[in-house]
Write a protein of this length. Structure first.
Length: 420
């Protein structure tokens, strides 16, 4: 286990200079597009999920599998992409990954059956892993930990803006033209991102690791990473916070479209409002980081997380069968949860890779894998508890809220200050 003094020394290690063509603004834009690939792939697709299920005559577990298979493949693939990027650099991994994403997105849009759609969504998840893993690694390549948290917060603001457009766009496309055009739009987004990478992205990995792909060296690297207390705490924080969001994403279309009878377009705009609350959270994160430590930011945000999870569950039980219970009783607690999510994600994702400037790709990959492994199990559980979707949503977010509070006030609180 890494000693606190050694951890602090590594956390303060300087990062290499940014390539001349990649200003900070350009880096933030690039990160927003790469990290934004995840909400584009899920949020744009969510309004189409009920129609897609009915169109294929698929069961509820099959419908959920189109989401959970994508996320499991996304997580597993990062275990390969991470060492590849530490060995050969971020640029080739990004270009190959985004090219594969475009092809898989076209396959999804043209799939003739639910089984082939699940297959293409799985391949899409594999390709998406390259983009998101490399984005986290690029932050560690270029910036020291606390500055990296600020840059990550700016990039996640951009992710929130992208997410704002996804669900309304998916709802409009599905309402007017069906679900296939909504999925084809993913290929367009992927192609634009690939073109920007090919034209402007310069390699950020200063020293490739020639041993990164050796099985023994890779096993040792994973062992060092998972035994680091900073990684464990911040990985748990970012993963559990994402699982709370995922509980909402996996159930919300059935809650609002089927249970509350909203149109897909109306549902899309509710998702937009959820993304706006997340964007506000990322601004709050940057404001807090100028005034207090990362640990104190996380502890404060966890109070909002607990408030959101508890109030969502209490309102669900109090409003059962009552006329006053409606979409607002779900969305207001979710807004509170998402404000805190906008703090937990930049702090958690940058904190998890901070101790590993020479293994940022591998650490990022392991963080992403554990996050998506959790999402797979949560999604599988949700798929079998959707008889009353609003209670599946409430129970999932409540459990995540309680776990975040525990992590923030125990594991994270005892860590040395990032960048000390």
């Amino acid at each position: 286990m890494t000693e606190p003094s050694a951890t602090a020394t590594v956390l303060a290690a300087p990062a290499p200079a940014t390539p001349s063509l990649m200003t900070r603004s350009w880096v933030v834009l690039l990160l927003a597009l790469l990290l934004g690939l995840q909400p584009v792939t899920t949020d744009l697709y969510l309004p189409a999920l009920p129609s897609l299920t009915e169109g294929f005559g698929a069961s509820m577990p099959q419908a959920q599998l189109t989401l959970t298979a994508l996320l499991l493949a996304f997580g597993l693939s990062q275990l390969v992409w991470g060492p590849l990027s530490d060995r050969w650099g971020r640029r080739p991994v990004l270009l190959w990954g985004m090219g594969a994403y475009v092809l898989a997105s076209m396959g999804c849009a043209l799939a003739p059956s639910i089984e082939l759609l699940i297959l293409w969504r799985t391949l899409q998840g594999v390709a998406m892993g390259a983009a998101v893993m490399a984005a986290r690694a690029v932050v560690r390549d270029l910036y020291p930990p606390v500055e990296g948290a600020r840059v990550m917060s700016q990039a996640l603001t951009g992710l929130g803006i992208i997410a704002c457009t996804c669900a309304p766009m998916g709802g409009l496309l599905t309402d007017h033209w069906g679900w296939r055009p909504a999925l084809m739009l993913l290929a367009v987004f992927g192609l634009m991102t690939w073109a920007l990478l090919a034209l402007r992205y310069k390699e950020t990995l200063a020293q490739p690791n020639p041993h990164a792909l050796e099985p023994v060296a890779l096993a040792k690297a994973w062992w060092v990473i998972v035994n680091n207390p900073t990684f464990r705490a911040y990985c748990a924080l970012s993963s559990i916070s994402y699982l709370g969001l995922f509980s909402f994403l996996a159930t919300s279309s059935f809650v609002f479209v089927r249970q509350f009878g909203l149109s897909k377009t109306h549902y899309g705009f509710l998702m937009l409002s959820m993304s706006l609350s997340y964007i506000v959270g990322t601004f709050i994160c940057r404001w807090l980081l100028r005034r207090m430590s990362v640990q104190n930011c996380v502890k404060l945000a966890s109070c909002f997380t607990l408030t959101g999870g508890l109030s969502l569950t209490l309102l669900a039980y109090a409003g059962q069968g009552e006329a006053w219970y409606g979409p607002w009783a779900v969305m207001v607690p979710v807004y509170v949860f998402m404000l805190a999510h906008g703090v937990h994600q930049p702090c958690g994702q940058s904190g998890a890779v901070a101790p590993f400037p020479q293994m940022a790709g591998t650490a990022s990959a392991l963080n992403g894998f554990l996050m998506m492994l959790g999402a797979f199990f949560v999604g599988s559980w949700l798929g079998t508890h959707m008889a009353e979707p609003v209670f599946a949503l409430a129970h999932g977010m409540l459990l995540c809220s309680l776990c975040i509070g525990l992590v923030a006030w125990t594991w994270v609180r005892r860590l040395p200050t990032l960048g000390a």
